[in-house]
Each structure stands twice: as C-alpha cells, then as structure tokens.
Design a protein around this ligand. Sequence first.
Ligand SMILES: [Zn+2]
Length: 92
Amino acid sequence: MLGAAAFVLRDFLGRRLEVEGRIVMANPKRRHSHSRTRMRRAHDSIPKPLLGSCPKCGQKNAPHQICGYCGYYRGVEVIKMEAEAEPAAEKK
Ligand SMILES: [Zn+2]
C-alpha cells in the first residue's frame, strides 16, 4: 500500500475516525429504554418563578424586589406611584 492512507480522518482531539476506510466512532452499546429516557427527563422541567406577596398592598411580586404596584420595599416608599390604585391595602 504505497502512498495509501496518507490522509486519515480525525476528530478535534486527534482521534482516528476511520479505520481502513470505514468511519468508526464511539457509539452507545445499547439503546435506552423509554423508562430510562423519562427518568432522565424528570429533572428537565423549568421551575415556576418564585412569587411572594407585598406586605403593603398584597399583590404578587418577586421577593427582594420593589413592589410594582405600590412602589414600596421593606416598608419604605422607594418609587412614587401615580395616585392611589391601592387595592385592599388598609384593613382595620
Ligand atoms: Zn405593594
């Protein structure tokens, strides 16, 4: 075989991808069962966003964030919201 196999297909790490002209790559020995696939994907869901409620106005908001409805954070008015719109705020 003079001059043959001058070029050998290799991957980015320099491993041979071909042997005697045939493409040879690592492959799983066996297929996964559907059960095993589903067990793996059991942890793939996107979690629900964390939501708390504002102690001042009771609206849902993200924890450690200024409330988007009343503009308060930890009992301090941080953003001046435009007049009223305080639903169910003070109940005696
Ligand atoms: Zn609020």
